[in-house]
Design a protein around this ligand. Sequence first.
Ligand code: SF4
Ligand code: SF4
Length: 330
Amino acid sequence: MRLRGWIDRMRGAFQEAAGMPPGLVRFRDGRIEPPWSCELIAAYQCNISCSHCNQASPIRRKGYPDAATVTRDFSRMAPIYHARYAKIVGGEPLLHPEFARVVEALRATGIADGILLLTNGMLLPRLPDASWKLLDRIEVSVYPETGVDADFIARMLDKATAMDVEIRFVAFDDFRVSFSRPGTDDENLIRRIYLTCKMARVWGCHIIHDGHFHKCVQSVHVPTVIGAPPESARLDAVPIDGGPDMRGRILDFLRSRQPLRACRHCLGVVGRVEPHRLVARADWLAEHDAPTEALVDFEALERLEAGEDLSPGQGRTVAENRIERARAVA
Ligand code: SF4
Ligand code: SF4
C-alpha cells in the first residue's frame, strides 16, 4: 500500500513538474481527460436526508439545470475536455422533472463516451424504459433505511440487464464528515486538507455547473453551508466562456497548489468517520457546527501525507451485473 502511494506521489510530482494536472488527469488528442467522469448536478434536493451528505442536499433549495444550459456548458467544454463517463449526480438526479431531456442534451454534446447515473435507487422502479435506454451505467449508493434491500436489488439487476445497462450497488454504512460550518483559520491545516484531497487532486471529480468548471462538488455547496450566496461558489471555479484561453485557464486551475476558498470549511477526504444516519432536515446544519479541528481524522490525514494508498469513503460493492462495455455516444 505504501509503495502504491509512493508511486502515485512520484507520478503526481512528475506530472506537476511537466506542467500537467496532478493525479490521474491525463491529456489525449489535446483534450483534458479525468480518470473516470465529469459530473452534472441534475437536482440540488434529495428524497432523503443523510447526516453527512457531501452535496448539502438537505439544506439546498430546489433547483435543476435546464437542457439549454447543459447543452451550452458541455458543448463549450467538449473540444478541450473528454471523459469516459458524464456522471449525473444530485441530490437525487431522478427528481429532475425533465430528466430524459437533460440526459439527451448531455449525450448530444459528446463530452463523454457514456452516461452514468448516480442515485440512491429509491426512484429507479418509476424510471420509464425510454430513460433507461439513455443510460450506459448506473451506480446505486445503498444506505440503511431506504428500502433498497436484497429483493429490490435483485429486481433492479434484472431490469438493468434487460435494458442493456451496467449497474452496481455500493453500500455505505458510514460517511466521512464533509463540512464544518465554522471552518478554521489555520492556514497550514487548510493546506494539508487540500493537498491530501483525492477528489480534487487524484480522482479528478470535476463538476460542470452553471457556466463554471469546479474541481469538486463541495466547492459548489460550501457557500450554502456557511450561509453565503450560492453564486459565490463561482469564485472557486473557472468560467466556461468558450474563450481561446479557456483550456489554459482550466489547466492552471487544476495545477494550482493553492487551496480553494471552500477548503476552509471542507474536510476533503479526511473528515471523521461516522455511522450513516438519516436526520431531520432542520437538524442537518447542527451536525456541522464544530470547527474543522474537531472534525478532522488526523490519523487518516497523516497516513495520506505519509504516502499510504487510503481510499476513504469508497463503500463496498454488494451487487453488480456484468455488461462489460459502454455504448459510444451517438
Ligand atoms: S442520498 Fe444522501 S448523500 Fe446522496 S444526495 Fe441524498 S442526502 Fe445526499
Ligand atoms: S473544497 Fe477543497 S478540500 Fe473540499 S473537496 Fe474541494 S478541493 Fe477538496
